[in-house]
Design a protein. Structure first.
Length: 362
């Protein structure tokens, strides 16, 4: 139990056939009117880990609508067709983001126990979409056991394959050519590479601090980014070390980082700049929450944030970052911080969602 406490932050429907559109919850902010017609481009979509909805957010004015998706949604991904795929404790929900309605919820093929909430709940965590949009890959947490990667056929809306991966798959990514999927196993210090044609797997350890402490360790992998250009995976640790994993060989190189804070969510801008969320200190000499802006040449700027955050998305033009305040541990808050990456404006906190974790820009 003591080990589980330290681990902390880093520590359903019968079928997947289309169902009647789920009733919408009241808009998250009564002062922001929902737009008429289709959802505008540039709207933010966040997964409400503290509820059972996704929230639609105007990046300047705030939340304006919600759609019920299932208990404790974690990660989400949006395709070119405007459909969002949301990993919940009950299954993967399919949401038409243009009309803001739920189309279906696809149950997992893996038994994950009773539907619960909180950071150790069973069910979907990381989620990714194939480049051609034909498959969704979701990392499923099985409490007290190895995780599973499930393959969903987006046309049939059903699970067509399952394969074991590492424990608590925080993140799932896809190679640029769609040939491999990468599941980041938080509690097993690894990334599992899965061939999409055969579901053949390879486990690659990513532990730049070693694995001492096991489940009680704080220095475990959380989120990864596939680097444009060479396809290597970038995994930040503690604002001190960036693990660069070559998925072809399994070799890990380590580069220095400068934020000196516990790190979770990551993404890249269109030009290859890496953005990493610093959640705040886990030791007395750590720095507060931040957003690291790491240029392709390795130089960094660290932008301070007010309070813990979890994940990050970037605007289409690469000028603005949106950082969710949901956080997987205590200390979360119900909102998003809007960050001007040029540094000309101070970060702005925007109320939105219920413990928002995953985020996408529509």
């Amino acid at each position: 139990m003591a080990a589980a406490a330290v681990l902390a932050g880093c520590a359903g429907e019968a079928t997947g056939t289309p169902d009647a559109p789920a009733a919408k919850s009241p808009a998250a902010s009564s002062s922001v009117r929902a737009p008429a017609g289709s959802t505008p481009d540039g709207t933010l979509l966040v997964a409400d880990f503290g509820g059972d909805t996704v929230t639609f957010v105007d990046p300047e004015r705030g939340a304006f609508d919600r759609v019920e998706v299932g208990t404790a949604p974690y990660g989400l991904v949006v395709g070119a067709d405007g459909r969002a795929w949301v990993a919940t404790a009950e299954g993967v929900a399919v949401v038409d983001t243009r009309t803001r309605t739920r189309l279906a919820r696809i149950p997992y093929g893996t038994e994950t126990g009773p539907v619960t909430t909180g950071e150790y709940r069973g069910g979907g965590m990381g989620i990714a979409l194939a480049p051609d949009g034909r498959h969704v890959y979701v990392g499923v947490n099985v409490p007290d056991a190895e995780g599973v990667l499930e393959v969903i056929d987006t046309g049939a809306r059903e699970v067509t394959g399952t394969v074991p991966v590492g424990r608590r798959p925080f993140d799932v990514d896809v190679s640029p050519d769609g040939d491999e999927v990468y599941a980041t196993g938080h509690d097993s210090f690894d990334v599992t590479s899965v061939r999409t044609d055969s579901l053949r797997t390879r486990r690659m350890e990513v532990a730049p601090y070693g694995t001492e402490g096991g489940l009680g360790s704080w220095v475990k992998p959380h989120y990864a980014v596939v680097r444009p250009g060479d396809g290597k995976l970038l995994l930040p640790f503690e604002g001190e070390r960036l693990a660069v994993l070559d998925p072809r060989t399994g070799e890990v190189a380590v580069e220095p980082m400068t934020a000196n804070t516990h790190q979770h969510g990551a993404t890249t801008t269109p030009d290859g700049t890496l953005l990493v969320v610093g959640t705040g200190p886990i030791a007395s000499d750590d720095e507060d929450a931040s957003l690291t802006v790491r240029e392709p040449d390795g130089s960094e700027r660290v932008i301070g944030l007010d309070g813990p955050h979890e994940d990050v998305a970037v605007s289409e033009d690469g000028r603005t970052a949106y950082v969710t305040g949901g956080f997987t541990r205590d200390g979360y808050w119900n909102g998003i911080t809007v960050v001007d990456l040029a540094g000309k404006k101070d970060p702005v906190r925007l109320a939105a969602g219920e413990r928002p974790l995953g985020i996408a820009v529509l």
